[in-house]
Design a protein around this ligand. Structure first.
Ligand SMILES: [Cu+2]
Length: 109
């Protein structure tokens, strides 16, 4: 497609960006989970398929997030993050492999 002039082109670009932004809000949400004082916050979370969850370790000691057969982070030191995008529905129980009493759950629907 050719734009008749620069102004029309700029307007079409702005519309395209606006539409793309709306779509990303609707289908590609990002949700944070804090790791603080040996707990996941929130410990239980319900998200839509396509959501990316990002865990951030706020503790002074390392943690991981592991969901058997689903995902496994590397060891996160202080302020390090791990992200996982949930592409299918289900209940994803997870824990910290270094401190197995630390548990959380992501419900994807
Ligand atoms: Cu831990």
């Amino acid at each position: 497609m050719m734009f008749p002039n620069l102004r029309t082109g700029a307007i079409r670009l702005a519309v395209a960006v606006a539409l793309a932004t709306q779509m990303s809000v609707a289908h590609c949400e990002e949700v944070p989970v804090k790791i603080d004082n040996f707990t996941f916050e929130p410990a239980q979370l319900t998200v839509k398929v396509g959501t990316t969850v990002t865990w951030t370790n706020h503790d002074d000691i390392p943690h991981t997030v592991v969901s058997a057969g689903k995902f496994r982070s590397k060891v996160m030191d202080t302020d390090q993050t791990y992200s996982f995008t949930f592409t299918s529905a289900g209940d994803y129980k997870y824990f910290c492999s270094l401190h197995p009493h630390m548990v959380g759950m992501i419900k994807v629907e």
